[in-house]
Structures are given as structure tokens and as C-alpha cells.
Design a protein around this ligand. Structure first.
Ligand code: SF4
Ligand code: SF4
Length: 350
């Protein structure tokens, strides 16, 4: 049994036309939403300097389509665990407004789902290999209809980021995000470290300190967010890629599965435009690593990511730097084994 993945190439048309065409062709996914139902559209506006995020005009196309079905769409995201403008809902919403996600532009409210300080975090029991419970905003325990919009990019830990990462991290509470990251315990290589101080400034847990020019990470304080790895320009912050990354992606797969279990109607849309080496949490105006490809839609989260990954890597593995893609291949395999979705798909190409 295979899952359908609808795909429309960007070649010869605008992004907006590409999305409209695909929404019409993949109507079966959207016609399942019942009149009067609340449909949450999960997406992220990215970091302050990020320019590759999904633009309000594309979101508006989806919102107008949903309103035509007389459902009640709203866009949502959650707060993050690292420093920046998305650590609390006030700064986060102001950032979203600055990036054009105002109700008049997107046609519906934009909300931050886990309260002003990201403290709305309910425990949901799950039976998984690494975790027995997940922590999510209470909205995730009652929401029945979700459309996940993901900007496809590379990723500092997993090599590739699409719908699975957007659900696992983006629909977890801050506490849930920390648990997923907690297997990662970086250390500083004194041979490479220049004591520039960037990681000390960046660390949200104040876990890094400078002792007379020697920089140390206190692993008892570290929450494994990976910000020090991202900011170090001297390759001085090390993790055990195989062990740490494998556990990290397994937790992500388990979180995504746990979050989606109670959601009855779900659609996953992957936008393969402006693809950068880092995800929208880290990249600013970084150069793209491949040409714009198109948009993928599926009712199966794993099929959506796998089809997208397969197409983007068919002429060579653009996500293979530092062997991080091994982590994502492990994620695909593990996620398939635990029943997050289907790795086998039929590509319905328009
Ligand atoms: S960012 Fe890198 S080089 Fe700078 S202090 Fe931290 S580990 Fe050392
Ligand atoms: S030491 Fe690095 S991974 Fe740990 S909390 Fe600080 S920035 Fe995040």
C-alpha cells in the first residue's frame, strides 16, 4: 500500500499559481474539513533575519480556499527554546506582524499556541521506545483538524527538515522541545576554540563559561538546543554525531507520532523553494543550495517528506554535509518502523 503525494513543479509558473493548481488537484484532502470546524494551519515565520520563510501571500491562498469551505482557519506556531524574538508570545507575535502575518494580509488570526511565556504544556502518555510521554500545548490535545505548512531546508542536526521536524518541534511545548534535544551534549574542543565568546552569548541556559580563555560547557545545565554549534565559526563545538543525532531523530519521530495520533484530519504541505543549508531558525539571507523545485501535498507526513527528499537529492545529495544526512536516513527508517507514516508513495505529478 502506497500513500499519494501530489506534486506541482514551479517551472513556468509563479509560486502562487503553483499552489492554487495543487490545492485544486489535491482537493480530496481539503474537502474532508467539515463546515464550521476550526482548522489550525501550522507554520513558522522563522528567525528575525530569515528571508526564506513561507510568505503571507501563499498562506492567504490557503486561507481563502478554506474560507470558501466555510471552515474557521487560524495560523499558529509555538515559542522556541533558544534566544531571539520567538521565545515568548509578545516578541513572537510582533515579529510575525513585522513579517506580514497580520489578519488583513493572511485573512485569519495568527496565534502563538503555548501562552505568553510558553508555559502551556500538557503531558500526553505515549508508548514509544525512548519516551513514555510528550509535552504539548493544550491546543494540541483538542485540535482535530490541522494543515502543516513547511518550508523545506537543510538542518544542523538532521541534514533535512520538512514536515516531521515542523510537527515534532513546532507543535511541542518549550518543555517538549527541550526533551527532544536533551540527548545532545556538546563539548568544546580547546584545539579549535578561539574563546571568541559567541557561544557564551548565545546559550539560552547559561551553560557555557570562559575560564581564563578556556571555554567549557556545563552538561548539567545544557538543554541540548544546538545554538552553540550553530554560532561557532571555528568548528570548536563537538557532539557525538552518530549516537547523539540518532537518539535526537528518534525522539523527533516519537513526538511527531504522539502529536498526530489524536488529530483526525491532517494535511502536509512542503514548499521546496529558497532551500538553505540551515533551517529558518538559523539561516538569515544564506545562499540557496539548490534550485526551486515545487510544492508537495500529502495526507501522510512521512510520504510528504520522503517524496520531497527523494526529488531534491536525485542528482546528488545536497544535504550530505558533515554526514548529517545519515541522521535523517535513520529518522526515515525509524519513523517508518514506529508507524509515523509510509515511506512508500505514489507521486501524482501535475
Ligand atoms: S563560539 Fe566556538 S570559538 Fe567561540 S568561544 Fe564558543 S566554542 Fe570557542
Ligand atoms: S551549551 Fe549549547 S546546546 Fe547546550 S544549552 Fe547552551 S547553546 Fe544549547
Amino acid at each position: 500500500m502506497k500513500s499519494d503525494v501530489y506534486f506541482s513543479s514551479i517551472k513556468g509558473q509563479s509560486r502562487e499559481d503553483c499552489f492554487k493548481t495543487l490545492l485544486n488537484r489535491a482537493d480530496t484532502y481539503f474537502s474532508q474539513f467539515k463546515k464550521g470546524s476550526f482548522v489550525g494551519i501550522k507554520m513558522t515565520v522563522g528567525d528575525e533575519k530569515n528571508i526564506g520563510y513561507i510568505k503571507p501571500g501563499l498562506v492567504r491562498i490557503l486561507v481563502d480556499n478554506l474560507k470558501g469551505r466555510e471552515v474557521k482557519p487560524f495560523v499558529f506556531d509555538t515559542n522556541v527554546i533558544y534566544k531571539g524574538q520567538r521565545q515568548n508570545s509578545v516578541d513572537h507575535l510582533n515579529l510575525a506582524y513585522r513579517k506580514g502575518f497580520t489578519p488583513d494580509k493572511i485573512g485569519c488570526p495568527y496565534i502563538i499556541a503555548d501562552s505568553v511565556f510558553g508555559t502551556d504544556s500538557k503531558i500526553v502518555k505515549v508508548e514509544s521506545g525512548n519516551i513514555k510521554e510528550i509535552k504539548v500545548p493544550s491546543l494540541m490535545t483538542v485540535l482535530k483538524d490541522v494543515i502543516v505548512l513547511s518550508h523545506v531546508t537543510g538542518h544542523i542536526m538532521t541534514g533535512f527538515a520538512g514536515s516531521v521536524k515542523n510537527v515534532a518541534m513546532g507543535m511541542a511545548s518549550r518543555a517538549g522541545k527541550q526533551i527532544q534535544h536533551s540527548s545532545m551534549k556538546p563539548s568544546v574542543s580547546t584545539a579549535n576554540c578561539t574563546a571568541c565568546g559567541c557561544c557564551i552569548e548565545t546559550c539560552p541556559a547559561n551553560a557555557i563559561s570562559d575560564h581564563s580563555g578556556r571555554v567549557f560547557i556545563n552538561t548539567n545545565l545544557c538543554i541540548g538546543c544546538g545554538e552553540c554549534i550553530a554560532c561557532c565559526k571555528f568548528d570548536a563545538v563537538k557532539i557525538k554525531w552518530r549516537e547523539d543525532a540518532d537518539v535526537f531523530v528518534e525522539r523527533m519521530a516519537e513526538y511527531a507520532r504522539g502529536i498526530l495520533l489524536k488529530i483526525e484530519r491532517k494535511v502536509f504541505v512542503n514548499f521546496a523553494f529558497d532551500i538553505t543549508e540551515e533551517c529558518d531558525c538559523i539561516s538569515g539571507d544564506d545562499p540557496v543550495i539548490t534550485e526551486d523545485t515545487g510544492i508537495f501535498i500529502s495526507g501522510d507526513i512521512l510520504a510528504a517528506d520522503k517524496a520531497c527528499y527523494d526529488m531534491l537529492t536525485r542528482s546528488g545529495d545536497i544535504f550530505s554535509r558533515n554526514k548529517k544526512i545519515e541522521a535523517h536516513l535513520h529518522l526515515f527508517k525509524y519513523a517508518g518502523e514506529i508507524g509515523l507514516g509510509n515511506l512508500n508513495y505514489d507521486l501524482v505529478e501535475l
